[in-house]
Each structure stands twice: as structure tokens, then as C-alpha cells.
Design a protein around this ligand. Structure first.
Ligand code: CS2
Length: 517
């Protein structure tokens, strides 16, 4: 079967796939995107594609950059950057061919080319989806981790950087030195106040370089905050096969996504930009309330679903929603705890928003793996659940469900599924934990595993408490105040012990009953 490329376009005409309405051969690039994964292709690149469809011009093409691996370049470049977006719902699939990405560069192979592009005045926007850990910061404090090996490297090798921060600084420094207009830095990762946070990291790095540059960066470079939303599971080999059956072409760069999409952007650009608002993006003066709502309700529930679900043998998010006990837990978590720490933003009906979330999580056509969401918890928990928890504790609001999720996460990071006496987990009991702080978790596990054996019930309980405290002492994740909150430590310890004894689902059931009394 032949590979999708520009040559295939005429054969696709008339098939059940929407084709670009702009001239794909004359794509000019105004955007460089760092971290071109599936999410960018299904979200920002798709909005840009819709915008070019609308205006029929091809002025806003994108050059994608991968900061580490060559796989996306290998998927996209042989296809002239083309890819299919497959929107999946229980009503069936919708297919759209996207041509907004001109090519993909692999930064470690061509750092000079990437920097030249970013330094060129034709580039108006540099956007990013480099995941939470790509910012080389401490998630608990939001500060740049100056001892991060990539930051250390970049401070000494600015012409051949490794990190996203290094690339941004290096290109902005050239623009500053040559008195060129800056580009807008558009952060599209799930971090609170993402634009502000990124600007803080850039300024911290620039402070090490040059004072005047620091001032220029502060005054001239806009880093709008954004709230991005679309559920985009990783593409699996059988998705590519199914699409091949449908299209008659092999598309190695396809992405699948839910039909829903949302983008709220701070109205703060220092450069021209596409008219994304004509495609449903919302421009506002302050994104914080939208961002908090999304991070806390959607992502907070998502991570909870991932840990509870994965340890209960639910492969997909929709499997969790099909389980009555877990489904009820997710609803109660949103209604009884998270919602207390969320303000309703302008023009949003929060009840409808939550109902939509439940139905989006239940989309069984989407096959979104709990394991995928569970990765990098150390980078995700602070903005998804811990800021909420902090608020709940300060206001004396209920918090036991979040404490339960934390206990589940503490089991998860051990890399072993808890085996309850009643229901042994099916399949393999151990699994690989993907997290930049895995080394820390392993140290804690090793310390307490030895001590846990051959102990009576009382000292076992004491050991569990010590283990919980050891996790809560990880400064990059948890606020020091959590350690002082006895009720919180008790609740996590109790939940941890219960999961060990009864497994996740029975423990959830017990917790729900105890909270309803
Ligand atoms: C998910 C998000 O993988 C994860 O951690 O929670 O990627 C989620 O699907 C998106 O933020 C939805 O907008």
C-alpha cells in the first residue's frame, strides 16, 4: 500500500475525508512549534489548518521541531507533512486531512537550522507542547531548576542547546542582538498560568546571561497564557491499519482525537497571529479561571481515573467509567471536593461542563489508556490535585477522596499492582513506571520493603505511615505544609493500608460508604 503524500491528494478527492482548501504547495511558515507530538497535531495545528481553510491563504504553515527523537520526522517528512485527523465518537469516525505542517526538524540533528528559523523575522510565533517535564522546573514551586543537566548544558552551550528553554533563549538573544522584532512564545502545555510560568523560567535563564537582554525579554516578549483541551490518545498500530483500510493509503502520522476541542488564549501577542477566534478559540484578558477549571476538573479527574483504573485492571478510561463504583467515585470527587476549589469562569456553565466531562470520559470509541495518563505523575499532580487539596485544607473542606487518590498514586509508583486477598489482579503484577522522579520512588520503596516484612499489625501500620511521610517529603511535588496536616497524613495512611488489604475497588466502596454516613 502506498504512503500518504501530496501525490495522493487527487486520489483522495471524493472519498469520505475532508481535504485542505488552501494551496498546500505554497505553504509559508509563520510558526515554529517545539515538541510536535500528537496533541499539537490534533489541536493547535488543526485550528491553524481550519483557519487557512477559511481564509484560503497558506500564510500560517508550521515547522515542527522534535527536541529529542526522530520518530515524528520519520512519520511526517516522507508524507510531505500531511496527516489525517480521525475524530472518534460512538456515532462513528470523521476524517480530515491536515496540511498545516510543512516539515519536521529533529533538533539534535540540525540545531543550527532550528535556531536560524526561530531567529528569522518571518517566524512570528514559537509555540510549545513539550510536556510538563520539558520545562526543567520544580513543579511544586514553579522555579527553574538550574541544576537540571539540560539547563546546565545550555548555559554553557547556547549555540547548541538541548532544552526548549535553551532554544527559546538562544533565538530570542539573536533577535535582541540584531534588533529584530521578537516572536510570541505560546505555551500550550497543561501548566497553571503556563505563559507566566514560562516567562519566569526564561527570565531566570536570561538573568544568567545579560541584564539588558533580561529587560528586553521582560518588556518586549509576550508569553500569553493558554488553556488547551482535547483528548488525544496515543496512536496504536491497529489505528494505522484501520485508516489504511479506509483510505487506501498508509498514514504513519495520523492522530486520533475526541470531537471536542477548546482553546482559551490570553489576548497578549507581540506579533501577528492567525485568526484562531474564527475557528472557535476564545481570546480573553485573563485565562487563569479557565485554566484552573480545566486542570482541576478535567486533568485532576483524569489522573485519578488513571491511577484508580490502572490498578483495578481497567485498560481504558471508558472502562473506569463503566465500573459503577469507580464512576460514582469520579462524580463525587468532582462534585464534593474539586468543585469547591473551582470558580465558574465567564460564559461557562460549570454544571454542563462537568456533565460533558463525564460523557467525554465515557467515549468508548476513543480507547484512551489509563497507563498513558498515569505517566509523569510527579510533574502533573501539583497543578491537577495538590493545589486543589491545599485550598480544601485551608478552608476546612472535605478532602478524603483526593487523599485516597494520593494513596493510590503511592501504590502506583511502586510499580506493583496491589494484590488483595479477594480479587487477585489479572495478568502481570508488575509494570514499568515512567516518571522523572522514579529514582526517588525506588529509594523509598527499597527502604520500606525491607522494613515491612515480619512485622505485627501495629508496626506495619506505623511503617505505612512512615512511608506515606517519606513520599510527602518529596519537595519537588508536595508543599511542606501537607506534612503538618495530621488528618491528611492519617487519611492517606488509612487509604494506603486499605488498598493493600482489599484492593482499589473494595477500598473505594468502603470509603464512599463511610463518607455517606
Ligand atoms: C491527560 C491529558 O495524558 C494526560 O495526562 O490528562 O493529556 C488530557 O487528555 C488533555 O489535557 C485533555 O485536554
Amino acid at each position: 500500500m502506498s504512503r500518504l503524500s501530496k501525490n495522493a491528494l487527487s486520489a483522495l478527492n471524493g472519498q469520505s475525508i475532508s481535504l485542505p482548501k488552501y494551496d498546500v504547495d505554497s505553504l509559508r511558515c509563520g510558526i515554529v512549534h517545539l515538541g510536535i507530538g500528537a496533541f499539537h497535531r490534533a489541536h493547535q495545528a488543526y485550528y491553524t489548518h481550519l483557519s487557512m481553510n477559511d481564509t484560503k491563504d497558506s500564510n500560517w504553515g508550521i515547522i515542527g521541531v522534535s527536541l529529542r527523537r526522530p520518530n515524528v520526522a520519520e512519520q511526517m517528512n516522507p508524507q510531505d507533512g500531511l496527516y489525517t485527523l480521525v475524530e472518534q465518537s460512538n456515532d462513528g469516525n470523521q476524517y480530515e486531512l491536515v496540511a498545516a505542517v510543512k516539515k519536521v526538524l529533529v533538533a539534535p540533528d540540525s540545531p543550527k537550522e532550528v535556531l536560524e528559523l526561530m531567529s528569522n523575522e518571518q517566524t512570528h510565533i514559537v509555540s510549545l507542547t513539550v510536556t510538563e517535564k520539558g520545562y526543567c522546573h520544580d513543579p511544586a514551586t514553579g522555579e527553574l531548576n538550574l541544576s537540571h543537566p539540560d539547563i546546565q548544558h545550555d548555559l554553557n552551550n547556547l549555540s547548541k542547546p538541548k532544552s526548549a528553554i535553551g532554544y527559546l533563549i538562544s533565538a530570542l538573544y539573536v533577535r535582541y542582538q540584531h534588533k529584530l522584532a521578537p516572536f510570541t512564545v505560546l505555551c500550550c502545555d497543561n501548566l497553571p498560568d503556563n505563559g507566566k510560568l514560562l516567562k519566569g523560567l526564561l527570565l531566570r535563564f536570561a538573568f544568567e546571561l545579560n541584564d539588558d537582554f533580561c529587560t528586553w525579554l521582560k518588556d518586549e516578549v509576550a508569553c500569553p497564557c493558554t488553556m488547551v483541551d482535547r483528548i488525544v490518545p496515543a496512536t496504536q498500530p491497529d489505528d494505522i491499519e484501520a485508516l489504511e483500510q479506509h483510505l487506501g493509503f498508509k498514514d504513519m502520522a495520523m492522530v486520533k482525537a475526541e470531537p471536542f476541542k477548546q482553546w482559551v488564549i490570553e489576548n497578549n501577542f507581540c506579533s501577528p497571529r492567525p485568526k484562531w477566534e474564527a475557528q472557535g478559540a476564545t481570546f480573553v484578558e485573563n485565562v487563569a479561571e479557565y485554566e484552573d477549571m480545566k486542570l482541576r476538573l478535567l486533568n485532576g479527574s483524569h489522573s485519578s481515573i488513571a491511577y484508580l483504573g490502572f490498578l483495578s485492571d481497567c485498560e481504558y478510561v471508558s472502562d473506569v467509567m463503566e465500573n459503577t463504583v469507580l464512576n460514582q467515585f469520579v462524580s463525587d470527587l468532582m462534585e464534593q471536593e474539586i468543585s469547591l476549589a473551582v470558580k465558574e469562569p465567564d460564559k461557562i456553565d460549570i454544571h454542563a461542563y462537568k456533565a460533558d466531562l463525564r460523557s467525554r470520559f465515557s467515549n468508548a470509541a476513543l480507547k484512551h489508556r489509563t497507563y498513558q495518563i498515569a505517566m509523569d505523575g510527579s510533574q502533573k499532580l501539583p497543578q491537577r490535585l495538590l493545589n486543589t487539596l491545599d485550598y480544601l485544607l485551608k478552608h476546612n473542606h472535605p478532602f478524603k477522596r483526593i487523599a485516597f487518590v494520593l494513596a493510590t498514586w503511592m501504590h502506583y509508583v511502586s510499580g506493583k499492582k496491589p494484590v488483595s486477598g479477594k480479587k487477585p489482579v489479572s495478568g502481570k503484577n508488575t509494570f514499568e513506571v515512567q516518571d522523572p522522579l522514579l529514582g526517588e520512588f525506588q529509594k523509598i520503596e527499597a527502604r520500606y520493603e525491607i522494613n515491612e516484612s515480619n512485622t505485627d499489625a501495629d508496626s506495619a501500620q506505623k511503617k505505612v505511615r512512615e512511608k506515606v511521610l517519606a513520599y510527602l517529603q518529596i519537595r519537588q511535588i508536595f508543599k511542606p505544609s501537607f506534612l503538618q496536616h495530621t488528618e491528611l497524613v492519617d487519611a492517606i495512611t488509612e487509604a494506603y493500608q486499605s488498598i493493600k488489604q482489599y484492593g482499589v475497588i473494595d477500598s473505594v466502596d468502603r470509603l464512599c460508604k463511610s463518607l455517606k454516613v
